[in-house]
Design a protein around this ligand. Structure first.
Ligand SMILES: Cc1cc2nc3c(=O)[nH]c(=O)nc-3n(C[C@H](O)[C@H](O)[C@H](O)COP(=O)(O)OP(=O)(O)OC[C@H]3O[C@@H](n4cnc5c(N)ncnc54)[C@H](O)[C@@H]3O)c2cc1C
Ligand code: SF4
Length: 587
């Protein structure tokens, strides 16, 4: 039996960054909002307290704060002629679960995308001609320009108290910041973090090569900071437990530290945890989602929550899956190229090389964000003529953590166990860091999401199926940008270099790469080729909005969450200034 509840103004599905920002904006405007989160309650004061918050085995290795695949997982295949199999232990990416979502356990690297990223198709054609875009790459511009989104990027940076150094302040290029970034109207709210030893070495080497190093913009805040919501973040302690952990000193901006303390006190907001949303009730003729169906995972009871506005904020995978399970829009068909739900599923093209140094590195003093980067080989910041790929990579160095279970770098040829391995571990632990080329991933017609015909979740519903592989574009991008990273590494005069690891072969879902999964419900200006319009409103249901990286048409090189936060403020503004006044299609 399904219990039908009293209608509310809005329901937000998933309470991570996207859901909590949207809910906060709507409740501030007086709307009654219910947040449905499939995972458990998570509060900093109880759940991230010392010492258990820094338990590397439970959280770093056994993934205690990540989606439990026995509840829900995804199936994976590389091409349509393969049979997909379920991922039984998350590895390549780590989907969030619980209040705060992946935002609780993120690393805090907070970039904006660049003007090129917002207009990748137009700018590629302008510079190189349409012929350089491969036939099977549905490259699109974003539905809004960088300049349009700029004030919303700024709002998210202020919410998080991002620590960084501007490189392009109102058009003035500033050495020491990222001179390739889009024009920003104000500097970062906080100064950069103290730089790591690896970052210093990277900076010196990059400058020697004529490149433009800059510190990572980071939501691990460098100084105590009170954000515009009135939430206070402490100064980072450089404990090295950002990524996969909650922060014990509230120095990492997360939904739990930066916005939920205020939202949870707001009487206009009601949070329901352990609420697993299974379907949106769709009235096709009326162009509306009338209610959201969910299972209370504790009692097993099923509920239907009617609402005036429904927002999917449940990350790339669930956003797409719920659209498909609810029969909203046309599923993408890779053979005919028709349909849009599930298309343009993208990932990240990561490559790396280990650097072994004569200098001490002190990798146990770390944060997610005290690293150095160059954007000289990102986007369209360099000439691609004859290279055979478009876009590029963010190249960076710096130990993001020196946690001792996982971080045991040893030179190539070292035995995998025994005395020689132990001696090498002791010798190199304090003398090694990795350098990365983290590349953008452009859409390919063969990479998409749909419902698996065989495998089901704990509720008996079809799992989402990923069909994905890297392409020629990705391999060339990886080889080129990793080559540039190695040039920087060599300019550091290292003791030795590890074996370079460019992206090769099929996607392997076992080693971690990044939790930057995008697409599936992309934005655009044509209802036939996209799922949401530029206000992130569904083309099919006027009261349905979709937030998160699932709306990116392709995945740029920089990490996504700066844009995810900006788009949440963008959608909130569209809803509050236009949709609530005149409910109907906004575009
Ligand atoms: C270890 C790690 C490190 C990262 N580091 C960085 C970084 O440094 N920089 C960066 O830019 N990005 C980083 N990311 C990515 C970043 O965390 C995400 O981009 C961001 O958190 C996405 O926010 P979101 O609200 O859109 O989705 P999520 O945070 O995934 O929130 C979605 C919520 O929806 C809930 N949900 C899903 N399905 C349902 C359902 N059916 N019913 C009810 N609820 C549901 C989930 O439980 C989850 O809480 C990292 C991610 C991970 C895992
Ligand atoms: S390194 Fe800083 S931001 Fe990260 S968990 Fe430790 S104190 Fe928090």
């Amino acid at each position: 039996m399904v219990t039908r509840l009293k209608e509310v103004d809005a329901v937000v599905i998933g309470v991570g960054w996207s859901g909590s920002i949207l809910a906060r904006e709507l409740t501030k405007a007086g709307l009654k909002v219910v947040g449905l989160e499939r995972g458990a309650m998570r509060l900093p004061e109880t759940d991230f307290a010392l010492p258990h918050s820094r338990d590397e085995l439970s959280n770093g290795v056994r993934l205690g704060l990540v989606l439990d695949p026995s509840i829900e997982t995804y199936t994976m295949r590389h091409a349509t002629d393969e049979t997909a199999l379920p991922i039984r232990r998350f590895g390549a990416f780590l989907p969030g679960m619980g209040l705060g979502g992946a935002g609780t356990i993120w690393n805090g690297l907070t970039w904006r995308f660049t003007p090129f990223d917002h207009a990748a198709r137009t700018r590629t054609i302008e510079r190189y001609g349409a012929g350089v875009i491969p036939e099977d790459m549905p490259l699109s511009d974003w539905a809004m320009s960088y300049d349009e989104l700029e004030p919303f990027y700024e709002r998210f940076e202020k919410l998080c108290g991002v620590s960084g150094r501007a490189g392009n302040l109102r058009g003035r290029k500033i050495d020491g910041g990222n001179i390739f970034e889009g024009t920003r109207q104000s500097d970062y709210p906080n100064p950069p973090l103290v730089q790591s030893q690896a970052g210093h070495m990277f900076e010196t080497a990059a400058r020697k090569l004529g490149l433009h190093p800059y510190p990572t913009p980071s939501s691990n805040v460098s100084t105590a900071y009170t954000n515009p919501e009135g939430a206070t973040l402490g100064a980072c302690q450089y404990c090295g437990h950002c990524d996969r952990f909650g922060c014990a000193v509230n120095a990492k901006a997360s939904p739990n530290s930066a916005i939920l303390p205020v939202l949870l006190r707001d009487p206009n907001f009601e949070l329901r945890t352990d609420a697993y949303v299974t379907r949106l009730i769709y009235d096709k003729a009326g162009r509306k989602v009338t209610a959201v169906r969910y299972i209370d995972r504790k009692s097993g009871e099923e509920y239907e929550q009617p609402a005036g506005i429904v927002a999917l904020c449940s990350y790339t995978f669930s956003n797409t899956r719920l659209m498909l399970m609810s029969g909203i829009g046309t599923p993408y068909d890779p053979h005919s190229g028709t349909g849009s739900v599930g298309k343009n599923f993208c990932y990240q093209v990561t490559s790396q090389v280990q650097v072994f140094t004569k200098e001490e590195i002190n990798p146990f003093m770390a944060t997610g964000g005290h690293a150095m980067n160059v954007d000289d080989f990102n986007g369209d910041n360099f000439d691609h003529t004859g290279l055979g790929f478009i876009g590029g990579a963010l190249i960076f160095a710096g130990p993001t953590h020196g946690r001792p279970i996982v971080n045991r770098p040893v030179p190539p040829g070292t035995p995998r166990w025994g005395r020689a391995w132990k001696e090498a571990t002791a010798k190199w632990y304090n003398h090694s860091f990795s350098m990365h080329a983290s590349g953008g991933n452009f859409a390919n017609r063969g990479n998409y999401l749909d419902l698996d015909p065989t495998y089901r979740d704990e509720a008996g519903l079809p799992l989402l199926r990923m069909t994905f592989n890297f392409r020629e574009q990705d391999y060339k991008l990886s080889a080129y940008t990793l080559g540039k990273a190695i040039e920087i590494a060599k300019a550091m005069n290292p003791a030795l270099l590890g074996t370079p690891m460019p992206r090769k072969g099929n996607l392997n879902v076992v080693p971690y790469q990044s939790t930057h999964n995008t697409g599936g419900t992309i934005m655009g200006d044509d209802p036939h080729t996209s799922v949401v319009n530029r206000d992130l409103q569904s083309w099919e249901a006027d009261n349905l909005f979709i937030l998160g990286a699932s709306v990116f048409p392709q995945n740029p090189a920089h990490p996504p969450t700066g844009a995810v936060g900006a788009l949440s403020y963008w959608a909130a503004q569209a809803i509050l200034t236009r949709y609530v006044k005149s409910p109907g299609p906004l575009n």
